[in-house]
Design a protein around this ligand. Structure first.
Ligand code: AMP
Length: 402
C-alpha cells in the first residue's frame, strides 16, 4: 500500500510517499515559493539502502494545485518515477495544525470535517487555511483516495481541565474557546511510543517528558501514555524559547508595549512570533548559527543559549512534579536530536532528581535511539528521532484498514 503524506504551508507543500509494506518513505520532497516568480521543488527518491537521488527544479509554481500536479508527475513519469499512476496511491494523510476540541483522533475528511477545520481558523489563522487548501487540492487530484486529517492538537485532548484552563472568566472558555490546546502532538505521541518500545514497557504504563526542540519547541508531560500537560497553549507562542517566538512572557507585556512604545496589536503579534526567541536574544534563529557564534566567543549568544536551556530545565522540573513517577526524558527534533551541548545544559544539575547524563554517550551520533543517561541514573534520558510523517502515514493506514 502506498500512502502520500502532505503538509501544506502558505507557500509550500512538504510531502512524503510511503510504501507501507516496506515500512519506509520511498520519496520525500518540498515545493517552496509557490506563487512567486520562481518556485523551487526538491524531490528525493530514497532507495532501500537509504541512498537518495535528488532532483531539483526552479520554475514558477503558480498555485498549490499546480504544485501538487507537478509532484504527481514526478512520482509517475520519467526516470525518477516510483509508481505507474496516481491510482496506486491508496490514501492521502494531511497534517492539520488545529483541530480544536472537535478531534481527538485522526479522521476521514468529509464536508463536516472541512467545516470543523474552518471553524478552527480563528484559533490558527496562519496554519489552518493552507492546510485546508492542501486538502481541497488533494481531493480534486485524488478524487478516489480517502483523505485523512491528522491533527497536531489531537494528542493533547486528554489534558485535564485543571491543566488546560487559564484563570480567565469561564465564559471565555465556554463561548470563545480560549484554553490550552497544545501542538506538535504527532511528534510527542510518536516519540513517546518509540520510548515505550525501547523500554519494553506498555505505553499505558509509561510516564515520560517529551521535549521537541525544532524551530518551534514544546515539552509534554505524558502520564500512562496520555498527554496530561504541554507547554504550548492556545497558540504555539507559549512555553519554551523558540527560534523566533518568545515563549512564556508576562501577559502584561503587550499593555506596556502599547502604552510605552505605541505598538499596534499587529506589531506586537509580529514581534512576539517572528522577532523574539533566539533571534531576538542574539540575532540568529538557526541554532547551528547560535552555536557557531558561541564558539567564536560571542557572549550574547551564550547568554541566549542559557535562557533557552534554563527554560527547558524549568519545564522538566514542573512536569516531573506533575507526573510523580518518571521513566524517561526524551529529546527530539532538529535541535533535540543534534545538539549534545543543549541536552547537557538542560539536564545539568538535575542529578538530585535522578537525571544524570553520560557526557561521552551524549556526544555519540547513533542511528535510532541513543540512551544518554549514566548507568546509575534513576530516570532514562533518551534521544529519539521523531518522524511525524511516518506517524501520519501509519494513522492513515490504520483508519482506512478499519
Ligand atoms: P526542525 O524544526 O526540527 O527541522 O529543527 C530545526 C532546528 O534544528 C534549527 O534551529 C537548526 O539549526 C537545528 N539544528 C539542525 N541540526 C543541528 C545541529 N547539528 N546542531 C544544532 N542544531 C541543529
Amino acid at each position: 500500500m502506498k500512502i502520500l503524506v502532505i503538509n501544506t504551508g502558505s507557500s509550500s507543500i512538504k510531502y512524503q510517499l510511503f510504501d507501507m509494506e516496506g515500512k519506509r518513505a520511498i520519496v520525500n520532497g518540498l515545493a517552496e515559493k509557490i506563487g512567486e516568480d520562481i518556485g523551487e521543488l526538491t524531490h528525493k527518491v530514497i532507495q532501500a539502502d537509504g541512498q537518495t537521488q535528488k532532483h531539483e527544479f526552479h520554475d514558477k509554481i503558480a498555485d498549490h494545485g499546480k504544485g501538487l500536479e507537478k509532484i504527481v508527475d514526478l512520482l509517475t513519469i520519467g526516470e525518477q518515477a516510483v509508481i505507474k499512476d496516481k491510482t496506486e496511491i491508496s490514501a492521502v494523510g494531511h497534517r492539520v495544525v488545529h483541530g480544536g476540541e472537535a478531534f481527538q483522533t485522526p479522521t476521514i475528511i468529509d464536508s463536516k470535517v472541512i467545516d470543523a477545520i474552518k471553524e478552527n481558523i480563528p484559533l490558527a489563522p496562519l496554519h489552518n487555511p493552507p492546510n485546508l487548501m492542501g486538502i481541497e487540492v488533494a481531493m480534486s487530484i485524488f478524487p478516489d483516495a480517502p483523505q485523512i486529517a491528522v491533527f497536531d492538537t489531537a494528542f493533547h485532548q486528554t489534558i485535564p481541565a485543571h491543566a488546560f484552563l487559564y484563570a480567565l472568566p469561564y465564559e471565555l472558555y465556554t463561548k470563545d474557546r480560549v484554553r490550552r490546546y497544545g501542538f506538535h502532538g504527532t511528534s510527542h505521541a510518536f516519540v513517546a511510543n518509540r520510548c515505550a518500545e525501547y523500554l519494553k514497557k506498555p505505553i499505558s504504563e509509561l510516564n515520560v517528558i517529551t521535549i521537541h526542540l525544532g524551530n518551534g519547541a514544546s515539552v509534554t508531560a505524558v502520564k500512562n501514555g496520555q498527554s496530561v500537560d504541554t507547554s504550548m497553549g492556545m497558540t504555539p507562542l507559549e512555553g519554551l524559547v523558540m527560534g523566533t517566538r518568545s515563549g512564556d512572557v508576562d501577559p502584561a507585556l503587550p499593555f506596556y508595549l502599547t502604552s510605552h512604545l505605541e505598538m499596534s496589536i499587529n506589531d506586537i503579534d509580529s514581534l512576539m512570533n517572528k522577532k523574539c526567541g533566539m533571534k531576538g536574544l542574539c540575532g540568529s534563529n538557526d541554532m547551528r548559527e547560535v552555536l557557531e557564534k558561541i564558539e567564536s566567543g560571542d557572549q550574547q549568544a551564550k547568554t541566549a543559549l542559557d535562557v533557552y536551556c534554563y527554560r527547558i530545565k524549568k519545564y522538566i522540573g514542573a512536569y516531573y512534579a506533575v507526573l510523580g513517577r518518571l521513566d524517561a526524558v526524551v529529546f527530539t527534533a532538529g535541535i533535540g536530536e543534534n545538539s549534545p551541548d543543549i541536552r547537557e545544559l538542560a539536564i545539568a544539575g538535575l542529578d538530585h532528581m535522578g537525571l544524570s547524563i553520560d557526557k561521552q554517550q551524549n556526544r555519540k551520533r547513533i542511528d535510532g535511539i541513543n540512551e544518554i543517561n549514566t548507568n546509575d541514573s534513576k530516570v532514562k534520558i533518551l534521544v529519539v528521532p521523531t518522524n511525524e510523517e511516518l506517524k501520519i502515514a501509519r494513522e492513515t493506514e490504520r483508519i482506512i484498514k478499519a
